[in-house]
Write a protein that binds this ligand. Structure first.
Ligand code: COA
Length: 324
């Protein structure tokens, strides 16, 4: 299979580090040096994840020169669905005018796009579907405690989409996924699920919002993403020097820099857009890919490694050979 179209969308409202200074005990300097973030986009009250996802998907359709009716299956990777159910993918397909095709969500936090690529590869390469729309979309601002300076500064909203198509040339070289659910509390939104249904006490305790143990998560993120990248290259029988672009999940500039050092990758091979969007969870990789492809930087035969780490804990990498 190969990618035949990419698109991305971020809501117009921009929140800068200086904006955050106005209500949080933080500074532009702290946020910039500790995370690499300068701005993030936050959705308006009227906008939900399906709106962002639909905008990104529409852009990908235009890019591919395709109609939505030509897509066989819609997948949305998200942890901020419009509703607990139905799946956000159903809403997106319908907003695109498609009401008779399969659509489902993948809820594996920041690793969602990597898991999605792997699932889509199974569906397409086995011949079940010809074309899959895979979207990573989040409105994390809706589950942020805006008064918790350790998380409020980090997360943003956005969506990125790719259209995957069955093809003689195979871009999908290898995948390496993993998960460890023994410590969900390192990064989670505890409330409103079956374990802690929402009631007044839960709301007062803000358990429906994101909680993260940043320092511990940071260490695990570097280790797991370095290991996943090494494994996926080994599975694809490739070396670090073969990598044209690393497209990592954008959680923290220091995490990305640490990975690049371990992998001996120079700056020009590492795609970073964290200063503009912050951490957009499942959306970060397809947004970064879409920006890079649309800037004309990706050439046929380029080797791209996508790699992510996030809540679950979960992680994964995919090695991808770009085909025209
Ligand atoms: N502004 C100013 N000071 C802040 C702050 C903020 N926004 N947030 C935290 N601090 C303070 C802390 O209170 C602490 O103060 P203390 O030393 O007086 O206790 C100090 O800064 C250091 O806090 P710490 O949490 O150790 O900072 P850090 O260097 O680990 O950076 C994160 C915090 C969240 C940026 C970083 O840990 C991180 O990016 N974690 C991983 C994120 C991630 O990978 N997520 C998984 C994928 S989604």
């Amino acid at each position: 299979m190969k990618i035949v179209g990419v698109g991305h969308y971020a809501p117009p409202r921009v929140v800068t580090n200086h904006d955050l200074e106005s209500w949080l005990d933080t500074t532009d300097d702290w946020i910039t040096t500790r995370t690499g973030m300068k701005r993030r986009h936050w959705a308006s009250e009227e906008e939900a994840t399906s709106d962002l996802a639909t905008a990104a998907a529409s852009a990908a359709l235009v890019h591919a020169g395709m109609r939505a009716q030509e897509i066989d299956c819609f997948i949305v990777a998200t942890v901020t669905p419009d509703y607990y159910f139905p799946a956000t993918a159903c809403l997106v397909a319908s907003k695109l005018g498609v009401t008779d095709k399969p659509a489902f969500d993948i809820g594996i936090a920041c690793s969602g796009f990597i898991y999605g690529l792997t699932v889509a590869s199974g569906l397409i390469r086995s011949g079940v579907y010809q074309r899959v729309m895979l979207i990573g979309a989040e409105t994390l601002s809706k589950i942020l405690d805006k008064h918790d300076r350790s998380t409020a500064i980090l997360f943003g909203d956005g969506a990125g989409a790719v259209i995957l198509q069955r093809s003689a040339e195979d871009s999908f070289l290898a995948s390496d996924l993993g998960a460890d659910g023994s410590r969900p509390e390192l990064l989670y939104a505890e409330g409103s699920g079956a374990r802690r249904p929402l009631d007044h006490a839960a709301l007062d305790a803000k358990v429906h919002l994101i909680h993260m143990q940043g320092r511990e998560t940071f260490k695990l993120a570097v280790q797991r993403m370095v290991d996943a990248t090494g494994s996926v290259l080994k599975k694809a029988n490739l070396a670090k020097a073969d990598v044209t672009f690393l497209v990592p999940h954008q959680a923290n500039r220091r995490i990305i820099d640490a990975m690049a050092r371990y992998l001996d990758l120079p700056d020009e091979k590492v795609v970073v857009n964290i200063s503009e969007y912050g951490n957009t969870s499942a959306a970060s990789i397809p947004m970064a890919l879409s920006e890079t492809v649309r800037a004309g930087l990706v050439k046929p035969e380029d080797l791209i490694v996508f790699v992510a780490f996030g809540g679950g804990l979960s992680w994964g990498a995919v090695a991808w050979r770009w085909t025209a």
